[in-house]
Design a protein around this ligand. Structure first.
Ligand code: ADP
Length: 259
């Protein structure tokens, strides 16, 4: 509990600090990107075009980074509502596939009936994307990425050890066959700005978002990793009691009676 408190204070401080800077930077970068855009049209030769394009890429990278900082620092309250996690994931599948690229075999395993969870949908998608992007980055030579969704029930004694309430949950895990992590790396991964990726590639904010989202949703995130073998992240999100499931999505293409 102490560590969790420390973590949340640290995130709070980082959030306040970065929020103001990121906002100003975002405005400045918009000016730079727009002006570079105008400049490309008037470039006199290939060299000028190359230079301008390189500046554009750098500015776009900067804009992306500041946007992430902004999203991270904005302490806007989540707007949770009841969702069928399966439907959320299916609706987001195309984005996930694009993020994975061709080298990675992305597979899903979801039971037909899954309990509903009370989450902020965009934050849920962002968390899933962050986990998938990390898994992809851990498999530069390609590999397998498995997303598994399951109903779970936490008994009293299991709940206590993770600081959760006993009851129904939905677990969503993202497993890769990538390079894995040492225990030393694992002990830092949820800290804001911790990254092992090369400069310009990682921000160290992906897992902070996941951590923040899951905790604010009343859940828990867990990691299992073996160097050289792979990593599995599991988000445990509180679910509706049985009998309160959101309606199942019908199979596409099957005619259904009009309401
Ligand atoms: P970033 O991806 O920008 O580095 P994150 O907070 O998302 O920031 O991740 C922090 C670090 O955790 C990564 O730099 C990497 O070292 C480690 N990591 C996260 N996910 C994985 C994974 N699936 N496999 C191996 N290492 C991982």
């Amino acid at each position: 509990a102490q560590a969790a408190l420390f973590q949340s204070q640290k995130m709070e401080a980082v959030g306040q600090l970065t929020g103001g800077i990121a906002h100003d930077f975002n405005n400045l970068l918009t000016v730079i990107v727009n002006n570079l855009d105008l400049l490309t049209r008037g470039a006199r030769d290939a060299r000028e075009t190359r230079l301008i394009e390189s500046a554009q890429r750098a500015a776009e990278r900067g804009a992306k980074l500041t946007q992430q900082l902004l999203a991270f620092s904005r302490r806007q309250p989540l707007q949770p509502s009841l969702h069928n996690p399966k439907k959320l994931i299916e609706g987001f599948e195309a984005v996930l596939r694009r993020a994975c690229g061709e080298m990675i075999k992305l597979q899903f395993s979801m039971p037909t009936r899954i309990r509903s969870v009370n989450v902020d949908a965009p934050q849920f998608e962002a968390a899933l994307l962050n986990l998938v992007v990390n898994a992809r980055d851990a498999m530069p030579e390609g590999g397998k990425l498995m997303i598994t969704v399951n109903n779970a029930v936490l008994k009293e004694h299991e709940a206590v050890s993770s600081g959760l309430r006993p009851g129904p949950y939905v677990s969503i895990s993202v497993r890769d066959t990538g390079h894995g992590m040492t225990p030393e790396v694992v002990s830092h991964i949820f800290e804001p700005f911790f990254t092992t990726k090369e400069v310009g590639k990682g921000t160290g904010l992906g897992l902070s978002q996941v951590y923040g989202f899951v905790n604010q949703s009343g859940g828990h995130v867990d990691v299992n990793s073996t160097p050289g073998e792979g990593t599995k992240f599991t988000m445990l999100l509180p679910a509706q009691e049985d009998g309160e499931d959101a309606p199942e999505e019908q199979n596409a293409g099957v005619a259904r009676p009009a309401k």
